[in-house]
Structure formats: C-alpha cells, structure tokens
Ligand binder design. Structure first.
Ligand code: C5P
Length: 368
C-alpha cells in the first residue's frame, strides 16, 4: 500500500526510506489501541455484512420467485429503497448536528458546493442501474447461483482498485482472483442443471449479473476514492448527496421501464409486507456497504459477502428446494478457496509487519 498525506501530518511519525513507519515506543501502545479499535470495527461490519447479505439474497429471490396474484414493479422497489436510505441518512446527519446547524450543513455541503455534490452523481447513477439489474438477475437465477455469480464483483473491484486507486496486487492475489473467476463460471454451469421456473432465463440473469458486477466494481471504487479523498464530508452527508441524484433518476427509470403497469395499477401495485421488508433490507444493506467501504475497503467487503454464499446456499436448500450439483459444489469450493488464498497473503503481510514492529500504513493505524 502506498503512503498517504496523513503520514506527514501526524506528529508521532517518522518515515523510513522504504516507506514504512517507525514510531517511538511510548506511542506504540496508542497506535496498537487505535489499530485494534479499527480492527474490531472492521470485523464487526464485515460479519454484519455477511449476515445481512445472506438474508438479502434469500429475501430478494423470495420476493421475485413466489407465486402471487400481483407481482410488484422492481423499479418502484429500487426508487423506494433510495427514498428510505435518504431519510435514514438525513436522520443520522441530524444526530451529528444541532437543528440549526443541520440546515446549515445541508445548505453549505450540498447546495453551496455543487461541484462536490456533482462528484457523487456518477456512482449514484451507476448504483441505480446496478440495483435494477440485480432485480432482473434475481428473477432469472436461483438464489445460490445469483449469489455466487455476484462474486464477480471481487474481480471487477480489484481491477478498478488498481486502475483508479493505484494500489497494487501481487501474483498470489491475482491468482486468487483467477481461481475465483473459474469458481464462479463453474457455478454458472449449474444454471442449466438447476430447476428453472416458468419464464426464467438463466442466460438473461447471467448477463444482468455480469454487467451489474462491472458497474458495482467501478461505482464502489469511485465512491471509496471520493469518501477517502480530501473533502471533509461525512459518510451520511455523502449519501444524502447521492440521494439528490439517485431519487429523481430512479423515479425516471420507473416511467421509462414500467409506465404502463404503474399508470394502470398505481405505484404500490403488488406491495405486501414481504416486498416492504425486501425494500427496507436492501436499504439497510446499501448503507452497510457504505460503512464497510469507509472502515475497510471494497475488496474486503466483497470477500465478506462471499461467505454469505455458504449461508444462502444452505438457506435456499430449505426455502427453494435447491439441489446443488457436483459442478456447483466444486465451483463454490473454488470461490471459498480463493477467499482464503487472497486473505492469507494479507494476514501474512500484517503478521510480518507486526513481527518487525512496524505499522504498514498510518491511515490504518490512526485515521478511521
Ligand atoms: O455490493 P455492492 O457494492 O454492489 O453494493 C452496492 C449497494 O450499496 C447498492 O445497492 C448501492 O445503492 C448501495 N450503496 C449505498 N451507499 C453507498 C454505497 C453503496 O447505498 N455509499
């Protein structure tokens, strides 16, 4: 990982020519405490995201695949998710400020900084397309195939990490990503073997997932770059900025795609408690992703969600009579193996750093 500007600002730190950091003994414990706090936070959010994602996949699949008289319009669900996220973020921003400062913060950080607000327009728009595509995919693939194919995000996030964030990955990590890709492809072969319901097309689902994963990789890394960039804007405020674009554009998507149904039956056609729960859970998931990008990074986030495969596979065996084939199991095993391969390298680097009494980067140690 490269050094960053914060290194120069911290009074306790001295750089070595290799770019690693040596710090006085007295401050080592402070650094360790801060690192540990961040480590705990990171672990908590990663575990939470794993659980959240497993339930999310099952819910989204269940909401689309069950037999109902009126099937809800997915573009409306995406729009309502954005509205709910916006309200939650406004509430959280309000918690950080007094009522007067709340209005002032919205005015100064959104209205009076149009270019800064405009920066988040790109990931906001991309996320809308991605979220719609994931509903398409969920309508055509079974829960486990959908979940595992979505892991292509790891690959796309890694590529954009290198291109946009200019971080480097070593050979083992690229190899792990290659194993992941093979694993995901094997799982896709299951598409023809698994039970498909009327009107489902695994190929359409697969194309939707692949495109959504490319968009996810790009948008996630772009958002990470903005979030960890120089402007002192809080995570929740960044999400309010995103909502400025996301809410109108997702509303537009309803009329571009589903105008006929909505005009005939109304916006909330087919909405029952399961759909509302899916929408709320999608929103919570989105905000969990945002927190994860802040405290960890996109690649760690994607590995965490990979663990959800196992849980959602077990879940879909019970819920959707999903019978995994041998190819599926081999693919799933490769996906899990790649996670360990990738992360074993990272933990080795961290362990070596600890042995040498060095802290790899100051951002990891001090800046949450
Ligand atoms: O796993 P993935 O990166 O594809 O998840 C992205 C999801 O998180 C999208 O639903 C997106 O709307 C949401 N998100 C969010 N706020 C952010 C970043 C992502 O709501 N700041």
């Amino acid at each position: 990982m490269s050094r960053n500007d914060d290194d120069d600002k911290h009074p306790l730190l001295h750089s070595t020519p290799e770019g690693s950091v040596k710090i006085p003994v007295a401050s080592v414990s402070i650094g360790r405490e801060a690192t540990q706090t961040k480590g705990n936070m990171k672990t908590t959010i990663l575990v939470w995201l794993t659980l959240q994602n497993s339930i999310h996949t099952l819910l989204i699949r269940y909401s689309r695949a069950r037999e109902v008289d009126a099937m809800f319009v997915s573009t409306v669900a995406v729009w309502l998710t954005e509205v709910i996220k916006c309200f939650i973020c406004l509430f959280l921003v309000a918690q950080e400020e007094t009522p007067r400062r709340f209005i002032y913060a919205l005015k100064t950080q959104i209205l009076e900084q149009p270019f800064d607000t405009l920066k988040v327009c790109i990931p906001a728009m991309i996320y809308i397309v991605q979220n719609n595509l994931f509903y398409v995919a969920a309508s055509h693939l079974d829960a486990a195939t959908f979940m595992i194919t979505s892991q292509l995000k790891i690959f796309t996030a890694a590529i954009f990490t290198v291109i946009i964030l200019r971080r480097s990955l070593n050979t083992t990590q690229w190899f792990a990503l290659g194993v992941l890709f093979v694993g995901v492809s094997l799982v896709q072969l299951q598409g023809t073997a698994s039970k498909t319901m009327d009107g489902e097309s695994p190929f359409t689902g697969f194309v939707a997932v692949v495109v959504a994963c490319c968009l996810s990789g790009f948008a996630g890394i772009y958002f990470e770059k903005i979030l960890k960039g120089s402007a002192p804007v809080s995570l929740w405020m960044r999400n309010v900025q995103m909502a400025v674009f996301a809410i109108p554009s997702s509303f537009l998507a309803i009329y571009m795609q589903d105008a006929k149904t909505v005009n005939e039956y109304g916006l909330l056609y087919g909405f029952d408690s399961i759909v509302w729960l899916t929408v709320l859970w999608y929103g919570i998931g989105g905000l969990s992703v945002a927190v994860c990008i802040k405290y960890a990074d996109n690649i760690a986030k994607n590995f965490a969600t990979s663990v959800a495969i196992v849980l959602s596979t077990i879940g879909s065996m019970f819920l959707f009579d999903f019978i995994p084939s041998l190819t599926f199991l081999l693919g799933a095993a490769l996906v899990i193996f790649s996670i360990f391969l990738y992360s074993s390298h990272q933990s080795m680097v961290a362990a070596l750093g600890r042995l040498r009494g060095e802290i790899p980067t100051t951002k990891e140690a001090f800046c949450l």
